[in-house]
Design a protein around this ligand. Structure first.
Ligand code: ATP
Ligand code: MG
Length: 360
């Protein structure tokens, strides 16, 4: 690939379990697609996860955090923090440390049925914009520290926090995304019960909507939304919601669209973005060469698209589109890994994607 002024620097952390099998697939695919567009990617491999415990004594070394602060883009492999030695048991997961340190407040998770992948909802094509820094997830509440506590051994409390500022920034993210999609945002809350918190979330999203007159807006209670997603999935475009609701709805939407192995996501602030597949380290199949790389490849394409929008780089946007098209063509041809009912290995699948990129 050519290098020079237009080369992109991207941090890369392989992680645990199937991470070292699928992350290099995403790197190879992104390299090949970027080369077709005439720019290079400079990958900075950073220690992370179980292997970093061996080499650096911690799953998320200071040198990795330092390197990330100098980068705008990175790809994070899955971590299997449940399997770390007991002395790390009380810690925030390494992904959580990164998310918090860099205030990656938006988790963007698309769910779209792909040809060749059996989907419960073949018409689904939505993007969930999940607020990632506060809400009903106590561990993420920067406003109140951990947010979960036990005044007595028999009473456990959790504090939910919604702020105007954090709601505004995720709402802008959602409405901007909708402008390049079908121009429809659905606000999800539970304002009939969690009146103050999710009521504020709904109201602030409605206020932000006024800045985007070309985008249609509606809102649903989260329980009704779960039912609607199953009943009429094709009616939705962008869904904006708080942390806990977003976590649950994105698993629901991901499953409606196919499987965990194809669910991509990006975590971002206005300054930096991190590609991270929605699935975990899949220790049950690690080391067998059969993991599905589609989610991490798709997450990497999202990362490039995020950067393209910010930097105004049509060549990078085209590269993301080329990656998605090559993956879709591979799946449509019936080449897929065992989790999707196929027999392709990670390597066979990736080679086919690379061949499709070369032909595109
Ligand atoms: P985490 O707590 O990190 O989210 P998890 O318990 O939700 O992890 P995953 O690691 O996501 O679990 O795995 C759930 C199931 O999905 C496992 O059976 C795993 O093998 C399968 N799976 C997840 N990702 C993939 C993939 N990329 N390819 C194939 N199978 C996968
Ligand atoms: Mg999980």
């Amino acid at each position: 690939p050519s290098t020079g002024a237009t080369a992109l620097a991207i941090g890369v952390m392989h992680g645990d379990g199937i991470g070292p099998e699928i992350v290099p697939a995403a790197v190879a695919v992104a390299d090949a697609a970027a080369a077709r567009a005439g720019f290079g990617i400079e990958w900075r491999e950073l220690p992370f996860g179980a292997s970093a415990i061996g080499t650096h004594g911690t799953p998320i070394p200071g040198e990795t955090l330092d390197a990330l602060s100098g980068l705008d883009l990175w790809v994070l492999g899955p971590h299997d923090s449940a399997a770390y030695p007991v002395e790390f048991a009380g810690d925030l997961t390494p992904g959580g440390v990164i998310r918090k340190r860099f205030d990656l407040y938006a988790n963007l998770r698309p769910s779209r049925a792909l040809p060749g992948v059996a989907a419960t909802a073949p018409g689904i094509d939505i993007l969930i914009a999940r607020e990632n820094s506060e809400g009903l997830y106590a561990d993420r509440n920067m406003a109140v520290g951990s947010g979960e506590f036990m005044p007595t051994p028999d009473i456990a409390l959790s504090v939910g926090v919604i702020t105007r500022a954090a709601t505004q920034r995720i709402a802008h993210e959602a409405f901007r995304a909708a402008q390049s999609r079908s121009k429809h945002v659905t606000i999800v809350h539970k304002a009939n019960v969690l009146r103050l918190t999710t009521g504020l979330f709904r109201d602030v999203c409605r206020e932000v909507a006024a800045d985007y007159p070309d985008v249609r807006v509606d809102d649903f209670h989260v329980d009704a939304m779960a039912a609607m997603l199953v009943r009429l999935p094709e009616q939705f475009d962008v869904v904006v919601t708080e942390n806990l609701f977003g976590d649950i709805l994105s698993d629901l939407a991901g499953e409606l669209a196919g499987s965990l192995g194809v669910a991509a996501s990006v975590n971002c602030s206005s300054r930096q973005a991190m590609a991270q597949a929605a699935h975990g380290a899949a220790p049950d199949i690690a080391g067998r060469g059969i993991a599905n790389p589609v989610a991490v490849i798709g997450s990497t394409a999202m990362l490039l698209r995020w950067y393209a929008r910010r930097a105004g780089r049509a060549d990078v946007r085209g590269t993301a589109d080329r990656i998605d098209a090559a993956v879709a063509a591979t799946l449509a041809a019936g080449v897929c890994t065992p989790d999707l009912g196929g027999s392709a290995t990670t390597a066979v699948f990736t080679d086919r994607v690379l061949a499709n990129i070369a032909d595109s």
